[in-house]
Design a protein around this ligand. Structure first.
Ligand SMILES: NC(=O)C1=CN([C@@H]2O[C@H](COP(=O)(O)OP(=O)(O)OC[C@H]3O[C@@H](n4cnc5c(N)ncnc54)[C@H](O)[C@@H]3O)[C@@H](O)[C@H]2O)C=CC1
Ligand SMILES: O=C(O)CCC(=O)N[C@@H](CCC(=O)O)C(=O)O
Length: 490
């Protein structure tokens, strides 16, 4: 079993808070245990990061980049070890966890490219003056991670932060602390100076202590809307703190004028059911044409569902998907489905408990057309896809945009002119044509409008929230005031 420890100022320290256990949702085994940090230890971590800031920001960009590249080499060498740990801790199928582990290693090169494209120092001459735009680190960045991508997503905030010269306190999700700890061990091995990255384990109380600490200059959060809102409220009146919120979605997928229903069904399944529906980019609403075409698409998805195997994430014969993160999460998802049915939804393929174990559910497909406005605009973080039938493409667009969120959307269509209309009118940050809603590219921004965040996208735009711009006008040569001012006597 992995012993959970906090990493504060370069020292691995026992937590003084409540006991923390990380449970493998596939079989209920405890895979890691220890204690959460006390709130005093959270404060120590923020102080350690503040102390390390001066030394780290004064290192040259190339020196910082070298440490980050060493971390990436370790992550690439140990990808399989990380993939196994991710699979055990999250319940993701090993093939899925392997993709995440590969993303951890790949982030360094992407972040370097983004930094150099978006926030390098630039100078230009306007004839009389030199103009310079430089970028400065904020200071101590608090990174609060989710369970569903416990490595890749916080890593996508830690690396750009460090590259820009910030120092970091990282609090992984209490449901997946071991993956976060493993990444910190690799940073230590890569030679990151003490205090530049600190790890504190804990729940909301520890997060709140970090967010409210006087030395905290930025909060980079990935998680659900309720927690994102609470953080936004905690920081009300603190415009000096950089806040980047990467929240959930209620993502639409329109299928319109498609000849090949079976191929469409494969893409729909990858959008809705990958990672057991536990991706913020998962499609939640399938919008189809009323009548024969819609029926054909729905039938193709319903026929595909029994072929999507659900089982042990580490089985030799890999399943399509593993369990949800916990038994409670499975129970909540089934309750959400029952509430929809009670309010008029018609199950096409019911999401069911799986015999594989209490955290497992099977993919579900449910027609909510008759519910109209009674269909709640909420994210159900599970493999449940709602079907909505509409008459026209205009109605499909209106339906797709009828959400408070705005993270991801996709159109499956053989008609390019529909794609151009979709791209022009859809309100979402990640918008694809004939591709699944999931599996975003790290070479592009990652985030969206509405309640999916606060307009601080991650991905390649993480460079922007990792640094602030400084604009300078520079006049070379000996000081001479040669600017005429009206009303000044010579
Ligand atoms: N837009 C994006 O980039 C992504 C968004 N997500 C969203 O994350 C959610 C799933 O992840 P979960 O781990 O269940 O999210 P969560 O919101 O329950 O927890 C995320 C983190 O927030 C902390 N936390 C919880 N309440 C808090 C509070 N009041 N103040 C401060 N911190 C608090 C937790 O300890 C955890 O570390 C889904 O809603 C999903 O859509 C997940 C991945 C990517
Ligand atoms: O920042 C990046 O490198 C790209 C973001 C990314 O990998 N997104 C994943 C998972 C995020 C989630 O849905 O929870 C995706 O688009 O599938």
């Amino acid at each position: 079993m992995i012993e959970l420890k906090n990493w504060i100022g370069g020292a691995w320290t026992e937590g003084t808070g409540p006991r923390l256990e990380s449970v493998n949702p596939a079989n209920g085994e405890i895979i890691a245990a220890g204690s959460m940090a006390g709130t005093d230890q959270a404060a120590e971590a923020a102080e350690a990061a503040a102390q390390a800031f001066g030394g780290w920001r004064r290192k040259s960009y190339d020196e910082r980049k070298a440490v980050i590249e060493r971390f990436a080499e370790i992550a690439a060498e140990r990808k399989d070890e990380m993939a196994r740990l991710i699979a055990q801790e999250t319940g993701k199928a090993l093939w899925d966890a392997t993709t995440e582990a590969g993303g951890i290693a790949g982030k360094a090169a992407l972040a370097v490219a983004s930094y150099e494209e978006r926030t390098p120092t630039r100078e230009k001459d306007n004839g009389q003056l030199k103009l310079r735009i430089a970028h400065k680190p904020h200071g101590v960045m608090v990174v609060i991670g989710p369970f569903n991508f416990p490595g890749h997503l916080p890593n996508g905030q830690i690396i750009p932060s460090l590259l820009a010269g910030n120092t970091v306190v990282f609090k992984p999700s209490e449901q997946t602390p071991a993956v976060g700890q493993k990444m910190c061990e690799w940073w230590e091995e890569a030679g990151l100076p003490a205090g530049c990255l600190n790890l504190v384990h804990g729940d909301r109380e520890v997060a709140q202590a970090l967010i409210g600490h006087e030395k905290t200059a930025g909060v980079l959060f990935t998680g659900g809307l309720p927690a994102g809102r609470a953080i936004h409220q905690q920081l009300a009146g603190r415009p000096d703190v950089m806040l980047a919120l990467e929240l959930g979605g209620n993502n639409p997928l329109i299928v319109w004028d498609v000849a090949n229903a079976d191929d469409a069904a494969q893409i729909i399944a990858r959008s809705a059911y990958i990672t057991s529906g536990q991706r913020c980019t998962c499609a939640r609403r399938l919008i189809v044409k009323e009548g024969e075409e819609g029926d054909r698409i729905i039938k193709a998805v319903a026929d595909l569902i029994p072929q999507l195997s659900v089982g042990d994430p580490l089985a030799e014969d890999q399943p399509f998907m593993g369990p949800l993160i916990s038994k409670e999460s499975a129970e909540n998802a089934l309750k959400a489905q029952e509430a929809l049915i009670a309010d008029g939804a018609e199950p096409i393929v019911k999401m069911e408990r799986s015999p594989a174990g209490p955290a497992y559910v099977t993919p579900g497909l449910i027609d909510v057309t008759a519910m109209g406005d009674k269909d709640p605009d909420e994210e159900v973080f599970a493999p449940l896809l709602k079907v909505i039938r509409v008459k026209t493409f205009d109605e499909a667009l209106d339906e797709a945009n009828d959400t408070r969120f705005g993270l991801a959307a996709a159109l499956l269509s053989d008609d390019e002119s529909l794609w151009e209309r979709f791209a022009g009118e859809i309100r979402a940050g990640i918008v694809n044509w004939n591709r699944q809603t999931t599996g975003a590219s790290g070479a592009m921004p990652f985030g969206g409008p509405g309640l999916s965040g606060n307009h601080r996208p991650a991905g390649s735009y993480a460079a922007d929230f990792a640094a602030w711009p400084m604009a300078s006008m520079m006049s070379e040569g000996p000081l001479k005031d040669d600017q005429a001012v009206p009303g000044r006597k010579a």
